[in-house]
Design a protein around this ligand. Structure first.
Ligand code: FAD
Ligand code: UDP
Length: 379
């Protein structure tokens, strides 16, 4: 018997919305359901006094893939926002990522040669200490950071922030976390190396609305409250929720890190002068303060809106019921995921995709790319 829908898409985040958009364009009948009261997944923005507040954490779009950049710009224009976070260490400010501005602020050096000289000296100390221990490769994040930038930067800008963010000592964290931080001997505060970056003008909801235009959507609808019904209506289910939940946690629960956002509206036009300020000392309990309006007013000198919204971010151990934000890719969780994936690979009528279903940290551009390639593989 013909089914009412070709695809029921569980989850309206960027994976689900992109998949639905492509299928709808090809004339497939789609229904998107989401358990949250609104669409868009983690890129959803709430309007607070005319400011688009990134409700599930600050989102900066960046990519090297021109096709993806052109694709998202079909739905909403993006501004020229350039992520330049500032670090506050006990009241002293430093530019990030680590570049000539940071080295000047740290040591007063004004040339790449002098900066390199200090960093090489500190790196040599770290290397010697590892050699004394008989270690050929960095065994943890602390050793990796010391080898990358030396002790001064590690202790001022990395140690406190990282230990707050991950809830454990740097000496017990894997080194790969820090390897992606750029170190530059030029005066360049741009956090990303990608060719394209920006924020949608008018907020991310415009992107979601554009992707989902003309598609039937239901919010406040949890797939698991009526699973058999949804399955009976569709030829295929596109599932973007958590993979362990799909299988009733039969092998146990995957673990996550989460973030608690302490949001405040202030009666000042400009609170901290930047969208992102990281607090890199150990004593400040939050990791960073986001001032949302700067994402969209970037480059403007005048602030018409006399209010501002800030969010302090507290990195928190995840417990069932909390928002699952960051995967914890240790051996236990990686093995557990593979057991669930083995079940998922056998499904004929369910497509699994996105950060929750693949138990993988995806940035926005890669998740859109992934949805496109998964959709193509269905043709
Ligand atoms: P999601 O956006 O999480 O969407 C999944 C949807 O499925 C949710 O809406 C959920 O409610 C729904 N769902 C789950 N289970 C069910 C169910 N049982 N029934 C119905 N609906 C269900 N990327 C960047 O490129 N730049 C950034 O600056 C950036 N910052 C980030 C900051 C944070 C704090 C986090 C956590 C992520 C950040 N990302 C960033 C990554 C970005 O959020 C992801 O790439 C994107 O959200 C992935 O989309 P998705 O569709 O896979 O998942
Ligand atoms: N990091 C740091 N100090 C900072 C910013 C980042 O030590 O001010 C470290 C931290 O360990 C973090 C890693 O660099 O986990 C990667 O940072 P990035 O901003 O790329 O990732 P995110 O914070 O989004 O996980």
């Amino acid at each position: 018997m013909a089914k009412k829908y070709d695809y029921i898409i569980v989850g309206s985040g960027l994976f689900g919305a992109t998949f639905a958009h492509l299928a709808n364009k090809d004339g497939k009948k789609c229904l998107v359901i989401d358990k949250r009261p609104q669409l868009g997944g983690n890129v959803y923005c709430e309007d607070v006094q005319g400011i688009h507040v990134h409700k599930y954490g600050a989102h900066i779009f960046h990519t090297n893939n021109k096709d993806i950049w052109d694709f998202v710009n079909l739905f909403v224009p993006f501004n020229r926002y350039t992520n330049c976070p500032v670090a506050n260490y006990k009241g002293r400010l430093f530019n990030l990522p680590f570049n000539m501005n940071t080295f000047y602020q740290m040591w007063g050096v004004t040339t790449p040669e002098d900066a390199r000289g200090i960093i090489e000296e500190q790196k040599a100390e770290a290397k010697a200490s590892m050699q004394r221990d008989g270690a050929a490769e960095p065994r943890n994040l602390e050793e990796q950071a010391l080898l990358l930038v030396g002790r001064d930067i590690y202790e001022t800008l990395i140690k406190g922030y990282t230990e707050k963010q991950w809830g454990r000592p740097c000496s017990e964290l894997p080194s790969f976390i820090i390897r992606r931080l750029p170190v530059r001997f030029v005066f360049d505060n741009n956090y990303f190396n990608d060719a394209y970056q920006g924020i949608p003008v008018g907020g991310y909801n415009k992107l979601t609305e554009g992707l989902l235009e003309g598609i039937e959507c239901k919010t406040d609808t949890d797939f698991f409250n009526n699973r058999e019904y949804w399955e009976s209506l569709a030829r295929k289910i596109v599932y973007t929720g958590a993979i362990d939940e799909f299988y009733g946690y039969c092998f146990g629960r995957l673990e996550w890190r989460t973030v608690r956002f302490d949001q405040e509206t202030l009666d000042v036009p400009n609170y901290q002068g930047n969208a992102v300020v990281n607090y890199t000392d150990a004593e400040t309990p939050y990791t960073r303060i986001i001032e949302h309006k700067h994402f969209e007013t970037f480059g403007q000198e005048v602030y018409d809106n006399q209010h501002t919204v800030v969010s302090r971010e507290y990195s928190t151990e995840w417990k069932p019921g909390m928002e699952p934000f960051y995967t914890v890719n240790n051996d236990r969780n990686n093995q557990l995921y593979l057991r669930y994936k083995a079940l998922a690979d056998k499904e004929e009528n369910v497509i699994f995709g996105g950060r929750l279903a693949e138990y993988k940290y995806y940035d926005m551009a890669p998740v859109i790319e992934r949805a496109m390639s998964v959709y193509k593989s269905q043709l």
